[in-house]
Design a protein around this ligand. Structure first.
Ligand SMILES: Cc1cc2nc3c(=O)[nH]c(=O)nc-3n(C[C@H](O)[C@H](O)[C@H](O)COP(=O)(O)OP(=O)(O)OC[C@H]3O[C@@H](n4cnc5c(N)ncnc54)[C@H](O)[C@@H]3O)c2cc1C
Length: 398
């Protein structure tokens, strides 16, 4: 089934009002909306953009760690409003598969969306990594971690372990949870021993040297015992065996994060093993015709971070604008990791260049060195959401 509208020269449906270079963006998350806004800036009305996403809201996750402490909340922004502001057509459906030869996106609902350029920004998939743990998820931050905090407050928990799963994940939030919990227990005069277990040789390894030292100091100051170069086996609840040392811990609760795996999109080449989309330095999906781009957690970049995903989206948007004849040749991606760490007291700001999958030249700041004080540093999205916050329900252009 297609939308039953016009047919283009490939015999597939054309959406009303479409005249120019057709761009389909799959995903209305951080990378998808950053890419959309950047493309509008670069190509204006020279591109007809269709936004394909099943969810009603852009979910801004960074404040999830504050939610159980009643100090902040996950923010949600209506996709309908964003699409209207950007002047694009939103198809509330999900990507099913891509016909690369016809250049058509097929949706789960049976629609066919032709494209001249395609941006895949569908995020990663979360998998529970370890048994007998409390897995912190954004979908239910209060539910998953609120019970742990309630037990701390009731004095039912004396020891707590955090274990960073082996494999792609978002490390920053787990460090934040550990620090915020230590501060919370301290404020409530609760005695709580906290251990933090990570396979990294030093904390926040992806950021590089100085960030690790800063985090080690913060953990020490908070009284948290750090185990680096360590994995963990959990044969039963409350029993954690560290690898390779064999040391045994008996925490009352063990908290972890999901691991992230790729979206494994039918029609797009990639490795069956990790299912991530493999991209080149222009954020084009490898082994395709140069018209398919990807950005964000769904790609094979080893650091999963909204700010880095946004930079990928900007690079992809520049490539698409170039294909549309609206801009010059794009520059290759030279990602910089920028992070704001919630510590329980004053936040810390971290920046590092990401080279060959690792952070280099890390810098630590007490004040935000970038213009908008947002947790996800995205050149288009951050100021847009800032205006959204200050303009009330009718949105930034209302
Ligand atoms: C607790 C927590 C705290 C974090 N803190 C920070 C932080 O401080 N700073 C930072 O930079 N990053 C942070 N991150 C990471 C950041 O949230 C992610 O890296 C970022 O959201 C990834 O963006 P994305 O666009 O790739 O995916 P997402 O934001 O997950 O968006 C994916 C989009 O794709 C859509 N979608 C899914 N399947 C389909 C489909 N089949 N078809 C069409 N659309 C589809 C979804 O509905 C969604 O709109 C944090 C993450 C967590 C969990």
């Amino acid at each position: 089934m297609n939308l039953g509208l016009g047919l283009d020269d490939r015999g597939v449906g054309i959406l009303p009002g479409m005249t120019g270079f057709a761009v389909v963006i799959c995903g209305a998350g951080i990378a998808g909306i950053e890419g959309l806004l950047r493309l509008r800036r670069l190509a204006g009305q020279q591109v007809d953009v269709t936004l394909l996403s099943p969810d009603d809201h852009l979910v801004y996750r960074p404040l999830a760690t504050l939610e159980p402490f009643a100090a902040g909340a996950v923010r949600r922004y209506p996709v309908e409003q964003i699409a209207a502001d950007a002047g694009v057509h939103w198809v509330r459906d999900a990507l099913a598969w891509v016909d690369r030869h016809q250049r058509v996106v097929h949706t789960v609902g049976g629609q066919e969306l032709p494209y001249d350029a395609l941006l895949l920004a569908v995020g990663g998939r979360e998998l529970s990594s370890l048994e007998h743990t409390d897995v912190f998820t954004v979908r239910d931050a209060e539910g998953t971690y609120g019970t742990v905090l309630a037990a701390v407050d009731a004095g039912d928990i004396g020891t707590l372990a955090f274990i960073l799963p082996d494999g792609p994940t978002w490390p920053l939030p787990l460090y934040e949870l550990a620090l915020l919990t230590a501060q919370h227990a301290h404020n409530g005069n609760r005695r709580l021993e906290i251990a933090f277990v990570t396979a990294e040789p030093r904390p926040l390894h992806a950021f590089g040297g100085d960030a690790g030292e800063a985090m080690t100091r913060l953990l020490q100051r908070a009284g948290i015992t750090l185990y680096t170069d360590s994995g963990g086996d959990i044969p039963e609840a409350g029993h954690l065996i560290l690898r390779p040392s064999g040391r045994e811990l008996h925490p009352d609760r063990i908290v972890t994060l999901p691991v992230i795996t790729g979206p494994n999109i039918r029609g797009i080449p990639g490795f069956a093993l990790d299912r991530f989309l493999h991209v080149d330095e222009f954020c084009r999906v490898r082994d395709t015709d140069g018209h398919i781009f990807a950005a964000g957690d769904s790609t094979d970049l080893p650091v999963k971070q909204g700010g880095v995903g946004a930079q990928q989206a900007d690079t992809a948007a520049a490539g698409i604008a170039h294909l549309a004849g609206a801009a010059g040749a794009p520059k290759p991606l030279r990602p910089v990791i920028r992070g704001m760490l919630l510590t329980g007291t004053k936040p810390l700001y971290l920046a590092a260049h990401l080279i060959a999958g690792r952070g280099w030249m890390a810098q630590i700041f007490d004040e935000p060195p970038w213009s908008v004080d947002e947790k996800i540093v995205a050149e288009e999205l951050a100021p847009y959401l800032d205006r959204f916050e200050s303009s009330g329900p009718q949105g930034p252009t209302g």
